[in-house]
Design a protein around this ligand. Sequence first.
Ligand code: BGC
Length: 364
Amino acid sequence: MHAIAIHPGKTGAIRVERPEPVVSADNDVVIDVVEVGVCGTDREEVSGGRADAPPGSDELVIGHEMRGRVVEAGKGVTDLHAGDDVVLTVRRGCGHCGPCNAGRPGFCESGDYTERGIRGRDGYQCERVVDDRGNIIPVPKGVAAVAVLAEPTSVAEKAIAEAILIQRARLPEYDEVGKRALVAGIGPVGLLAAMALKLRGFDVTGMDIVDEDANRVVGLKAMSARYIDGREVQATDLDAHHAGPFDLILDATGAAAVEINLIDALATNGVYVLTGIPSGGREIPVAAGDLLRELVLGNKLVVGSVNASHEHFALAIRDLELALAKWPGVIEAFITSRHTPGEFERAFGKPADTDIKTVIAWAK
Ligand code: BGC
């Protein structure tokens, strides 16, 4: 079968052939890939950045945001059948740390985890995949058309769940309804975070550096969230005139200078959760004393969040279903371009301001 791979550490992607996956264990499920999203991590991998091939190989099939359809299942799988719509999680646990053994590889402590399409395990940019039932989330028919967004949504869901869980642990009276949330960077993860936050009753502001008529701003506003253009308002100026300060900030920019200065926009007792992964190596001048003093005097909290477990994928599917009903046509429009597998070079190219999510369609 056809697949798209990279040589980790080198620039560019190539078309490769792989054997057809088959059921080889009782809990295996063979899945036809329908479509696979392209994100910043894929583009980083294709530019020679962070990625690892499976042991013994120098090629990695990329892609970690998929939706597919069940072809056949092993005899231990009784609840999935041919034709069912499904999505797959990304991370596979190390098998020897507490969180991984508890089914939460998003919190792997050993660092020995793998990630399909990213780290040591082939991904989903191919015609067919096989995986264990435990890594599969069924998708209701009504959500299938946008289920390729489940993975970026799951990343947002984990970050939000963490923030709310921590707040409830330290402030039992915490109630998110009406609280002010800022999402910095309204690419797919940011927009889907805005969606999940709106569904939980937050008052949501999104920030980016694109014009008001960009698709992502139109999508944000269609969910009754406000937009701030980060070219006009600095992270350190998000005061009451700009809907701040914020009780919850979710960063999805991956831009270190923005990420660090957003601490300044946190309200008293606020929580700031970072999902963007900045490239390292660059020094940034910051008013460290001011930012740290604010953290202490305001009981403010900064927390990182990566990946997502099964439970967050389930939340993602639920929230996508709610959002499809609440804002008809809005979530569907987050998928701005579909390419054939042969057009992978275009799909992995620099996205335009008008793009939100680019996907490669492997099947109808
Ligand atoms: C993916 C996550 C992954 C992270 C780190 C992100 O792009 O969405 O699933 O854990 O990269 O590799």
